[in-house]
Design a protein around this ligand. Structure first.
Ligand code: PFF
Ligand code: NA
Length: 448
């Protein structure tokens, strides 16, 4: 049994810290750009509310009732097939795999903090050159920052839930809010803000495809850190009298707000300089640096705030990725905190080094499996296959294999009989079907 180690506000901030990450600041803006702006945003808001909040409630419930590491919780709470359900808890290792490459990306962000200080690339061509040089040739810089991330993350985790995770989130989350606030105010002050605003909020339904709806579901999922044992693990340390429904709504509102604010900032800056909203890494590491340069002296300052903000968002997500595995070793094997942290830390560090080398031109052939690099493979397998499967396991478990009375005792007092029934209907039938469709579509097995 795990005791209540978080304070109420500490838990919310830690969950928000995990949720708010690269998914909000770079993925959300570019998928919005790709899938037609306003209409996509609207669909995303609806899915974040129905699917996001409903699964958040499920994960908080498992944690609050289970109070253990993820594996033990699935085993103990299952009303039948305990031995099989135990394996669902191994979803807690998925974020540790994600961390191997997430850490490398946070390293790039650190490097761009120093670029903002030293001088930004002047043109898109230069910007491309700077990024590609870092990615495909510069082992030393990437290794250095990957090591920095390893040291930071393990130092925080070693201090435990209260002194480490809660504390870092209590510091970094408000700072992140302030940084984004400054960037937002600056964006509002330039003309193209109104274009960015109407791009994001004027829905043009002719642009909406079934593909967009599926992407919105996947994004709602990834952005809230669902389906990988993270929220479940954090919730095991929840104060006993927490209102899990209120907390879920709050977490998802804050995460969504950050995504929308990031979108408004990024589109205002891009539109102002007539730049393209390119995909993924290109948006943050190629388009934006040269756009920031065009803003003159204030541009380097904006760039600095922007990259620091992403670094904060990244670090708080990174600590959440290792904690579930650390607790598994602590609880199931009675390892000390330091031993459990070191095992998980060294594991992600070493695989991270391989990931980093897989992008280096001279070694890329060694790490190539088929068409994709190791980096792309890990991201593909985790984000598009394992995470949605984790989500399906959570809802099937809670909808069909947990004690219904116990769940109702928790939920009916806080959300009433009708909403509890509706929630049950969603997690039992609608959400599992929606997730199967997401997996089929994203793996290309069946396109809708
Ligand atoms: N929710 C994070 C984001 O939106 O960037 C992503 C994430 C966090 C993924 C934690 C995986 C994870 F373990
Ligand atoms: Na997020």
């Amino acid at each position: 049994m795990i005791s209540s180690r978080f304070s109420k506000i500490g838990f919310i901030l830690a969950a928000v810290g995990s949720a708010v990450g690269l998914g909000n600041i770079w993925k959300f803006p570019y998928v919005t750009g790709e899938y037609g702006g306003g209409a996509f945003v609207l669909v995303y808001l609806i899915t974040a509310l129905f699917i996001g909040v409903f699964i958040l409630i499920s994960e908080l419930l498992i944690g609050k009732l289970g109070r253990n590491d993820a594996v033990s919780m699935f085993e103990n709470l299952a009303t039948k097939h305990k031995k099989l359900w135990k394996y669902a808890g191994f979803m807690a290792f998925v974020p540790l795999i994600i961390l191997t490459y997430y850490s490398v990306v946070i390293g790039w962000i650190f490097h761009y903090i120093s670029i903002s200080l030293q001088g930004l690339p002047h043109t898109v061509e230069q910007s491309t050159e700077v990024f590609m040089t870092l990615l495909t040739t510069d082992i030393q810089t990437q290794l250095f920052y990957h090591t920095v991330v390893f040291v930071l993350v393990t130092a925080i985790i070693l201090r435990g839930i209260k002194g480490g995770i809660e504390k870092i989130n209590k510091i970094l989350m408000p700072l992140l809010g302030i940084l984004l606030g400054i960037l937002l105010i600056y964006s509002i002050s330039i003309d193209s803000f109104s274009n960015a605003f109407s791009f994001m909020f004027n829905p043009d339904f002719s642009k909406l495809s079934s593909e967009a709806v599926i992407v919105a579901i996947g994004q709602a999922f990834y952005t809230l850190s669902l389906g990988m044992g993270i929220i479940i693990t954090y919730a095991a340390s929840l104060p006993k009298d927490s209102n899990i429904v209120k907390s879920s709504i709050l977490i998802s509102i804050i995460d969504t707000t950050v995504a929308i604010v990031a979108g408004l900032i990024i589109f205002t800056l891009l539109f102002d300089k007539g730049a393209e909203s390119t995909k993924g890494a290109g948006l943050v590491f190629i388009s934006l640096p040269s756009v920031f340069y065009e803003f003159g002296s204030v541009g380097s300052f904006l760039a600095l705030l922007f990259f620091i903000a992403i670094a904060f968002a990244g670090i708080t997500s990174a600590v959440s990725m290792i904690e579930p595995a650390v607790e598994y070793f602590e609880n199931r094997f009675n390892f000390s905190r330091i031993k459990a942290t070191m095992i998980c830390g060294i594991l992600f560090y070493l695989v991270g080094v391989a990931v980093l080398l897989s992008n280096i031109e001279a070694y890329s052939e060694v790490f190539k499996i088929g068409e994709k690099s190791l980096f792309d493979w890990l991201d593909f397998v985790c984000s598009t296959i394992l995470v949605p499967i984790g989500g399906i396991l959570v809802v099937v478990f809670i909808g069909h294999y947990m004690d219904k009375k116990e769940i109702e005792n928790e939920l009916i007092p806080v959300m009433g009989e009708f909403l509890t029934k509706f929630w049950f209907f969603m997690v039992r039938f609608i959400i599992p079907i929606a997730l199967v469709i997401v997996i089929l579509n994203e793996t290309g097995l069946f396109k809708f």
